[in-house]
Ligand binder design. Structure first.
Ligand code: ZN
Ligand code: CU
Length: 496
């Protein structure tokens, strides 16, 4: 690189004729899915100032990007980064992949909206295994903390239904009473007012499993006037996945709001192949109402350790365990054999714990990923001792493994699924596109070498081929190292 982009930003401040920085001769993927072109992109302050196909722009500083791909920064639409954003905020697992914006608060779990002493109930403890982090009673409180000490990436936030239940109810094993619903509605109003972009639910999990559809509709009505989204880890992703999709669609229709089906998959050996049915149902619904979906590019899932998932899985890995931290990363079957106990007994002894379950069919993963409306979301769990490799590998894996090596779709489509498409579905204005006036969230990568390095055996590894990542015009990752800059912003819901 001929110049240091950090220095260029300073030099550009006094130069009115030339933009601070020009990235020249890049192969530009603009995020819309349109064919790539070779050209120059000029950056001034936190925005893209100009684009020249063919290349004629001059800047106070320049980066020769010959042979490299320039794309909008990736948007990780499904994360559990609520705490990582505040806890140091360097976001290395994300910026190392080219991610510049994350959507947090998924699966019914938001860090904001609950003040608690001690450990939260599962699965809220995925954010906070040791306790002490649930200390933001309102979204305003959380956003203030973020803005006092910003993260390296931007972030948009969902209110978690399970978090609100834990705050409003003394017994999570039943439907909310009218008074409890009123309390949760007030909390949703506060969050939306502060700038949250929607409500997430995780009716699969115990804290919300007893919530009937009527409770979900009553709460989701608070989103209608402000255009919030209903984002869901559905009640069932196995045998009863079609009724779960229908429930999601019903909530969207009843409230006149858009729905997002999170980490779409068909789980369990018995259900392999059923993405043919689920995608047909989703495609049909898309003709009638706004429906979106995301997925991560792996055939293993990851969440809390539970005996109920053992029979659905061909293999289970321990991701973390409070009483047995030495078991993190090990095969559950091996742990059980070493202890001379059944797998069920090993699960009991490891609690509280998290796990990785090999329970999907690779053909379903590819079919869902290739579905034109599917966005990319990592579902990475940043606090696991031995995390699912999706935390560090999701985006380069889609680019390198699925797009380039397997040819599942062109690179233009891969980039669109992680930029322009999610920006449109989540209402992130002036993000996800390379166009004049858009924010300078950018990633420069080598399309020939980009690939995930994180594996199930060695999950904490930065991807290869990501050269430069900028958030709001400031480099956050360069040549394999975080710069330490924290230019991230809270992306508040735009008034509509
Ligand atoms: Zn989930
Ligand atoms: Cu999730």
């Amino acid at each position: 690189m001929p110049a240091d982009p950090g220095a260029a930003a300073v030099a550009g401040a006094g130069d009115v004729r030339r933009p601070a920085l020009v990235i020249s001769n890049a192969t530009v993927f603009d995020g819309s899915g349109a064919p790539r072109f070779t050209g120059d992109v000029a950056i001034e302050g936190d925005r893209i100032a100009a684009i020249a196909e063919g290349g004629t722009l001059r800047g106070a500083a320049s980066i020769d990007a010959s042979g490299l791909a320039l794309a909008p920064g990736f948007i990780d639409v499904h994360t559990h980064d609520d705490r990582m954003l505040l806890d140091g905020g360097g976001m290395a697992p994300k910026v190392s992949q080219g991610v510049t914006t994350v959507v947090a608060g998924n699966c019914g779990i938001s860090l904001a909206g609950l003040a608690l002493q001690g450990r939260p109930p599962q699965p809220l403890d995925l954010l906070d295994p040791a306790g002490g982090w649930f200390r933001f009673p309102t979204f305003e409180d959380y956003f203030a903390a973020f803005e006092r000490q910003p993260a390296a990436t931007n972030a948009a936030f969902l209110v978690g239904h399970s978090t609100l239940r834990a705050a409003a109810m003394d017994d999570l094993s039943r439907a909310a009473s009218p008074a409890e619903c009123r309390r949760m509605c007030a909390a949703i109003d506060e969050a939306m007012q502060a700038g949250a972009i929607g409500l997430s639910t995780g009716t699969f999990y115990p804290p919300a499993a007893a919530a009937p559809t009527s409770e979900l509709i009553e709460l989701s009505r608070r989103l209608t006037a402000c255009g919030g989204l209903y984002v869901t880890h559905m009640r069932n992703e196995a045998e009863a996945i079609l009724p779960a999709i229908d429930e999601t669609l019903e909530i969207g229709r009843a409230c006149g709001i858009g729905v997002v089906i999170s980490h779409h998959k068909v789980a369990g050996l018995a259900n392999h192949g059923r993405s043919v049915e689920t995608l047909a149902r989703i495609a049909e619904a898309m003709q009638q109402q706004p429906v979106a979906l995301d997925c991560y590019p792996y055939e293993a899932s990851s969440t809390v350790l539970s005996a109920s998932r053992l029979s659905m899985s061909s293999r289970v890995l321990v991701a973390w365990s409070t009483p047995h931290p030495e078991c993190a990363g090990r095969d559950l079957a091996q742990v059980a054999a070493d202890w001379g106990v059944s797998a069920e007994e090993a699960v009991r002894r490891l609690q509280p714990a998290g796990a990785i379950y090999f329970m999907m069919d690779e053909r379903d993963v590819q079919r869902i990923l290739a579905f034109p409306e599917t966005m990319v979301g990592s579902d990475g769990l940043p606090h696991d001792a031995s995390p699912h490799p999706r935390l560090w590998g999701t985006f380069p894996r889609v680019l390198g493994h699925y797009s380039r090596d397997l040819g599942l779709f062109p690179l233009e489509v891969a980039v669109h699924k992680m930029t322009g498409l999610p920006a449109a579905r989540f209402g992130l204005n002036a993000r996800g596109r390379i166009e004049p006036g858009a924010y300078a969230d950018l990633v420069l990568f080598d399309p020939a070498t980009v690939i995930d390095s994180a594996t199930f055996e060695s999950p904490v590894r930065p991807a290869a081929g990501i050269h430069l990542v900028m958030v709001n015009g400031t480099p956050v990752w360069r040549d394999g190292v975080a710069t330490g800059e924290r230019p991230g912003r809270v992306l508040r819901r735009e008034e509509r």
